[in-house]
Design a protein around this ligand. Structure first.
Ligand code: PMP
Length: 377
C-alpha cells in the first residue's frame, strides 16, 4: 500500500482495514441495543454478533459454538495459559503473549528449542510431558502455526499427534497463519486456537479464542454470562462486526496471498543482490508467503527501521509490542543464530494490497540505507 508518500510493509504487526470491515463497523455503530436483550433492538445487535461468529468459524473450519470473541489474541493466549495446568511445554519462539503468562502462571514450563531455520524441535516433548501427564496431571503443549518474525511454518499437525498420544492438551496460536495458510480446526486436533482480527484487515482490539466443543476452560472473564458463560461482558459489537466482515473476505482471497508470495520472493532476490552480506532467516524452511526476515550483520535493526521510516517505508525490528527496547530479537536468538544476526534482523511483511510499486519503493530505500557505501560505513 503506497499512498504516494508511504510504503507500508508491516502487515504482521497490523494490516490495513478492509473496506468491507469499515462498512460493517459503520453500520453496526448505528445499531442500538444490547445483544443480550430480548427486544427487537437487542436482537438486531445479536444478529450482527452471530453473523460474524459464523464467518470467523468458517474461516478456521470450526463450529460457530466453538468461537469465543475476545479483546484480541493476547487475551486469548493469556486465558489458555492461565487455565490451571501443572506443566506447559512451549516452543521457545512463541509470541510473548504465550510465553509471559506461561512463565507467570505457576506451572512447570518446558521450552522447546528451534532449529537455525526457525522450526520448533518437538523431539523432547515426549520426554518432557510424559512425566507431567502421568497420574492425570493437566499438561499443555503450545505451538504456534507460523512465526510472526520469520514466517516459518511450524509442525502443528505433528504436535497434535504427539499431544493426542500423550494425552495432553494442545494450544495453537494461529494469529499469523490464518488467512495465509488453510486452517481447519475440525481436523487439526488442537483443543484451542487463537486468532486476531487486525492481522486480517479487521479492527484492532478484537480476536477470538476457538475452544473445541467439549473442552472445559475456566471463564476468560467472569460475570455476565455472555459468550455461553465463557467470557462475560457486553460484546464489542462494532469490532466483532468488522472482524466478521474481514474474515468473510479473507476466506475468498487466496489469490492475494499468492501475489504477495511472488512479490516477497522478488524482494528477497533483489535484497541479496543489493546487499550480498544479508541473511534471509528461515529461507530453507517452509514459510508463509508474505514474510521476510532479513539480517545485515554489523547493522543495528532499530537503526535500519528508523532510516527506512525516514525514507517513507514502514518495516519492523522485533515484535511491535516489544519494540522500543533496543536489543537482540528473542526469536532469532532462540534459533541459535549469532548475536550479530539477532541484533540486525528486520521484518518485512507484505499484505493483500502490496504492489510492485511498494516493492520498488522498498528496494530504492534499502539500497540507500543498507546497500553499497552505507553497508561499508
Ligand atoms: N500471537 C502472535 C503470533 C502475534 O503475532 C500477535 C500480534 N503481534 C499476537 C499473538 C497478539 O495479538 P493481538 O494484537 O490481537 O493481541
Amino acid at each position: 500500500m503506497t499512498d504516494g508518500t508511504r510504503t507500508y510493509l508491516d502487515n504482521n504487526a497490523s494490516a490495513p482495514l478492509r473496506d468491507s470491515a469499515r462498512a460493517a463497523m459503520v453500520a453496526a455503530m448505528d445499531v442500538t441495543g444490547n445483544p443480550s436483550s430480548v427486544h427487537a433492538e437487542g436482537r438486531r445487535a445479536r444478529a450482527i454478533v452471530e453473523t460474524a461468529r459464523e464467518h470467523v468459524a468458517e474461516l478456521v473450519g470450526a463450529r460457530p459454538s466453538e468461537i469465543v470473541f475476545t479483546s484480541g489474541a493476547t487475551e486469548a493466549n493469556n486465558a489458555v495459559m492461565d487455565a490451571g495446568w501443572k506443566a506447559i511445554c512451549v516452543s521457545a519462539i512463541e509470541h510473548d503473549s504465550v510465553l509471559a503468562p506461561a512463565r507467570a502462571c505457576g506451572a512447570k514450563v518446558i521450552a522447546l528449542p528451534a532449529s537455525q531455520d526457525g522450526v520448533v524441535d518437538l523431539g523432547s516433548v515426549q520426554e518432557a510431558l510424559s512425566h507431567a501427564a502421568q497420574g492425570g496431571a493437566r499438561a499443555l503443549l503450545s505451538v504456534m502455526m507460523a512465526n510472526n518474525e520469520t514466517g516459518v511454518i511450524q509442525p502443528v499437525a505433528e504436535a497434535a499427534d504427539l499431544a493426542r498420544s500423550l494425552g495432553v492438551a494442545l494450544h495453537v496460536d494461529a494469529v499469523q497463519g490464518v488467512g495465509r495458510l488453510p486452517v481447519d480446526f475440525a481436523s487439526l486436533g488442537a483443543d484451542t486456537l487463537t486468532i486476531s482480527a487486525h492481522k486480517l484487515g479487521g479492527p484492532r482490539g478484537v480476536g477470538a479464542l476457538v475452544i473445541r466443543d467439549g473442552v472445559n476452560l475456566p471463564a476468560l472473564v467472569k460475570g455476565g454470562g455472555q459468550e455461553r458463560r465463557r467470557r462475560g461482558g457486553t460484546e464489542n459489537v462494532v469490532g466483532i462486526a468488522g472482524f466478521g466482515a474481514a474474515a468473510a473476505e479473507v476466506a475468498r482471497d487466496v489469490e492475494a496471498m499468492k501475489r504477495a508470495s511472488a512479490l516477497r520472493d522478488q524482494l528477497e532476490a533483489s535484497v541479496m543482490s543489493l546487499t550480498p552480506d544479508a541473511v534471509i532467516i528461515g529461507r530453507n524452511a517452509a514459510r508463509i508467503g508474505n514474510t521476510s526476515c532479513i539480517a545485515v550483520p554489523g547493522k543495528q535493526a532499530e537503526t535500519l527501521v528508523i532510516r527506512m521510516d525516514m525514507e517513507g517505508v514502514a518495516i519492523s525490528a522485533g515484535a511491535a509490542c516489544t519494540s522500543g527496547k533496543v536489543g537482540a530479537n528473542t526469536v532469532i536468538t532462540a534459533m541459535g543464530l549469532p548475536d550479530s544476526v539477532a541484533r540486525s534482523a528486520v521484518r518485512v511483511s507484505l499484505g493483500a494490497e502490496t504492489s510492485e510499486t511498494d516493492i520498488a519503493a522498498f528496494l530504492a530505500a534499502w539500497q540507500k540505507v543498507a546497500g553499497g557505501a552505507a553497508l561499508a560505513a
